[in-house]
Design a protein around this ligand. Sequence first.
Ligand code: SF4
Length: 404
Amino acid sequence: MYNLDSTKLLKNLMKDYFTDFQHAKKIAWCTSVGPAELLRAFGFQVYFPENHGALLGATRMAGDYIPSTINLGYSGDVCSYLTSDIGAYLNKQTPLLQHYGLAGIPKPDLIVYNTNQCREVQEWFNYYATEFKCPVIGIFPPRHIDEITKAEIQVVSEQFKAMIPVCEQISGNKFDLDLFKSTLGLSKQAATLWKDVLATAKNSPSPLSFFDATIHMGPIVVLRGTVSANHYYQNLLNELNENVRNKRSMVKEENSRIFWDGMPIWGKLRTLSDLFIQNNSSVVASTYCNSWVFDSFDENDPFTSSAKAYTEIFINRSEGAKMRILKEMVDEFRIDGILFHDAKTCFNNSNSRFGLPLRFYKEFGIPVLVIEGDLCDLRFYSEGQSTTKIETFIEQLEMHKVMN
Ligand code: SF4
């Protein structure tokens, strides 16, 4: 059985991250691709509700709480991070208790969201701003862009700067440009290490699967901009490189290499991982894990570069730009086929709804598969149907390789 030793370090790091909230002076909530570095530069400890949503999905607690949010008037078709997270809050429950001994989620002094990923985060965070009677700041970048212009970056950069007086008032600390620069520098290092970690999967056999990467991405989401995240990823990278040298991998024989597009199905990570391993197939790359690779960060130009980095993320791009990015990744990772996860409650990160898979297949000849499911709400996922589709797809990929 293939296991990564770094997982033990990861557990300790995440435990420390959560238990540290008990001693926090000021806490800011932030979206997963929000301006975390700027918040850290003011001394806020930063909490990410999406991470909590993913935990609710992975522990399969989400289904218990979604109905409470629906009873509040929210549709069961909107983001199941939102519905499970608010539902858990309404029921005064959290997996943080069992995993890290926290009685509840950390209470916010400031809430910040960035709609670069979706409108849902705005509704979700505004709910809590009302609940906690807490100040809330929104960043609203242009959406679904093809090539990004200077004018667009300027708009977002000004919105970042407009956060400063609010952050100063709530944190009690004056803005320190040097601290912002050094925090962004740390974040850039973390993002580069994370990119290198993901790039180890370019090797065959791959030492890292998409399913493992969704677990090891915890620190790049919640701890980027800290030294501890960088230490962690250096350690993980060393281990993966060692495994490449020793040809250690999750599959004995790698007969096909697959790209996962869209959200993970958090409650089925283990089952899906086993399914691909049993079929000698490696899921080696994804748009999802790649979302925390920020090539544009530049500590010498912190406002412009972080505005650019957080605006050019894959989810915020046009269909044409997505086609180009996908093609680059397919070539780099030597992908045999793409699996598109059509997540029922996240159309924002489901790329199969406007014909992209078929266009991709026609233009580049790479086989594609669409499976229906969801990030947290397992009522939208049919295990039997999906297993059959995936096994058939893997057989087709192997035949496709033989014929080509
Ligand atoms: S991108 Fe999708 S999963 Fe993430 S917060 Fe928005 S709707 Fe939810």
